[in-house]
Write a protein that binds this ligand. Structure first.
Ligand code: ASP
Length: 309
């Protein structure tokens, strides 16, 4: 077995073998999620803290369910309604929560690098649940899981990531994960929303959708208006005209993914979201099993615990 993992801050922390190990375990946790009693005792007596400084529906609910299905005690803190509102610094908050001796801290923050800072301040394992526009590794894992379930190995597959790549932590983590699994990745979108120099990651980059038929999978990104300090596109309407993924732009056999939340009618047309080519519902479902597998990997697979067990 390769080096045990203490934190999950970036997809780069896992090689292909690490990704596969987590996804194989997620498959057995998916089976647990299908049972009437959806619980296993793996983390009984241990505490998981979810610390969300940015809005979230899918990620926060699925981390909470994942920890509960592993029988952990769970404390979920959102910026609004906590002392974070009163200006308590991230470091103070983490030190306060560390008094509960958590086994894991799951953190989402609007700031790049927040999860790795937290990892330096606590004994707990830290999971990056999204740090600004940097990374969102568990999203990438659940996306690879969903695709493996639907189309098998990603080796040699073509995946197009379309839209606001510039502000997307999902794009960054997914490029790394898809490539690690042997897929070819193409980025498409308005030139203003494609980061300069991103070709260095070994991706194809295009401002046009003309060759979209090449894609086996079209991965659509949300326009991240909350992260845009300037006007990157003339109007959303014009963006939709040029880049919206709708039935007219897809060929039979292609699959469509989106990390959510979707701006219906902007990056994706409503009829595609609700059609059989959309994997969006499967992505959400995969979130719980994959996050169970991540917590298990960090908390049960670690050498500290192996010594205690
Ligand atoms: N939910 C994803 C994220 O937190 C994608 C998005 O918000 O567009 O990054």
């Amino acid at each position: 077995m390769s080096q045990p993992l203490r934190h999950l801050l970036s997809i780069g922390d896992l090689g292909r073998a690490g990704i596969e190990r987590i996804l194989d375990r997620a498959l057995s946790f998916a089976e647990v999620s299908g049972r009437e009693i959806k619980k296993v005792p793996a983390l009984r007596g241990r505490t998981v803290v979810n610390l969300f400084y940015e809005s979230s529906t899918r990620t926060s609910s699925s981390f909470e369910l994942a920890a509960k299905r592993l029988s952990a005690d769970v404390v979920s803190i959102r910026a609004s309604g906590s002392s974070v509102d009163k200006g308590e610094s991230l470091r103070d908050t983490v030190e306060t929560l560390s008094a509960y001796d958590p086994a894991a801290i799951v953190i989402r923050s609007p700031h790049v690098g927040a999860a790795s800072l937290v990892a330096g301040w606590t004994e707990a394992s830290v999971v990056n649940a999204g740090d600004g526009k940097h990374e969102h590794p568990t999203q990438a894992l659940l996306d690879v899981f969903t695709l493996r379930q639907r189309i098998g190995p990603l080796e040699g597959r073509s995946i197009w990531i379309v839209g606001d790549v510039l502000h997307s932590r999902v794009a960054r983590s997914n490029i790394l994960a898809f490539q690690a699994m042997g897929a070819r990745v193409t980025l498409a979108g308005p030139p203003t929303l494609l980061p300069r120099g991103i070709e260095q990651l070994g991706v194809e980059v295009t401002p046009q959708l003309d060759a979209l038929a090449d894609a086996d999978v079209v991965y659509v990104l949300r326009m991240q208006q909350e992260r845009m300090e300037a006007a990157y596109i003339p109007t959303l309407r014009e963006y939709a005209q040029r880049y919206q993924i709708n039935p007219g732009r897809l060929r039979p056999g292609q699959l469509v993914m989106h990390p959510g939340p979707v701006n219906r009618g902007v990056e994706l047309s409503a009829d595609v979201i609700d059609s059989a080519v959309s994997l969006i519902g499967e992505q959400v479902k995969a979130g719980v099993a994959v996050r169970m597998a991540v917590l298990y990997e960090l908390l049960v697979g670690s050498p500290r615990l192996a010594a205690v067990a």
